[in-house]
Unconditional design. Structure first.
Length: 57
């Protein structure tokens, strides 16, 4: 029901000292950027969680 990537992004923003409202706005802006890129490129959304190799790079 909840996206672990979004939860991690929100948690990271909170750990940076952002307020709840600022963290939510940053997450919304990130989501809108992804949505715009999908519309621009004519693609569909696929949830691809980064694996350990991608995180290390």
């Amino acid at each position: 029901m909840h996206c672990p990537v979004s939860k991690a992004f929100y948690r990271r923003k909170r750990d940076e000292g952002k307020s709840h409202k600022q963290a939510i706005l940053a997450l919304a802006r990130r989501r809108l950027n992804v949505l715009w890129a999908l519309i621009r490129d004519g693609r569909t959304f696929d949830v691809c969680l980064p694996g350990p190799a991608a995180a290390a790079a």
